[in-house]
Ligand binder design. Structure first.
Ligand code: PEP
Length: 255
């Protein structure tokens, strides 16, 4: 049986100034050094904090990630960061295709796939987000929408070291930042479907090793129940990742 260590990833979004961000990351790093956690922790701060946070978490085992990247290595792309720049800042991960970027910036699944290729080129692990809207779920189309996002957003070729180079995050759009969460049985159904697709796309060994995270209002109060669901290999956490005690408690709830 494949053992997948759980990944608890914090997406800070556009939150945090220098002092608070460094303190939050440093406090998490201190806790991880003092008490080896039962999961991998990752923080994805806004770009202006990457280098300071990299320093604050050095040697703690906490990983660093960006929230997006461009497809190109460099060039005339005002305001963008390349995957190589994220790696240069100390990142090992990058979140791609978050629903806020799909909605706010019109990002298509094919663009997300190109960004995933850029992440691979730079040696980053891409966390590719998929998820249905409330209307799509009400219309009974959740699995169909997720399946097409998975087929169109993920890299065409199998990742080399599966657990290390690709992660999928299931994030129902209606659950992000709303306090609503999918039921454990809905999460189980979607994660099992994504697992089946990963095995179909990349073969049994690789498809079974890729971590699938759940995201959408994960909090200390619901984390244990969600983390116990089959094929849930961790969480992508927004709001609760900004509070050290909550983020730590989510990690501690991993079985
Ligand atoms: C997210 O931003 O990916 C997210 C899941 O946010 P929240 O935990 O606040 O719902």
């Amino acid at each position: 049986m494949v053992m997948r260590r759980k990944l608890i990833a914090g997406n800070w979004k556009m939150n945090g100034l220098r002092a608070g961000g460094i303190a939050l990351a440093g406090d998490l790093a201190g806790k991880c050094k003092a008490e080896a956690p039962n999961c991998d922790f990752l923080v994805c701060p806004p770009a202006h904090l990457l280098i300071s946070v990299a320093e604050a978490i050095a040697g703690s085992g906490v990983a660093l990630g960006g929230q997006d990247c461009h497809t190109a290595v460099s060039g005339a792309h005002t305001g963008d960061l390349s995957a190589e720049m994220l790696a240069d800042a100390g990142c090992g991960f990058v979140i791609l295709g978050h629903s806020e970027r799909r909605a706010d910036h019109g990002e298509s699944s094919s663009l997300v796939r190109s960004k995933a290729a850029a992440a691979k080129r730079a040696g980053l692990t891409a966390i590719v987000c998929v998820g249905e809207t409330a209307d799509e779920r009400k219309a009974g189309r959740a699995l169909e929408v997720i399946e097409s996002q998975v087929r169109e957003s993920l890299p065409e070729t199998a990742p080399e070291a599966a657990e290390a180079s690709l992660v999928v995050a299931y994030e129902p759009v209606w659950a992000i930042g709303t306090g609503l969460t999918a039921t454990p049985s809905d999460v189980a159904e979607v994660h099992a479907h994504i697992r089946k697709l990963l095995v179909e796309l990349y073969g049994n060994d690789t498809g079974s090793a890729i971590r699938i995270l759940y995201g959408g209002s994960v909090k200390p109060g619901n984390a244990a129940e969600l983390m116990a669901v089959g094929d849930v290999d961790g969480a992508l956490v927004g709001g609760a990742s900004l509070k050290l005690d909550d983020f730590w408690a989510i990690g501690r709830s991993c079985p």
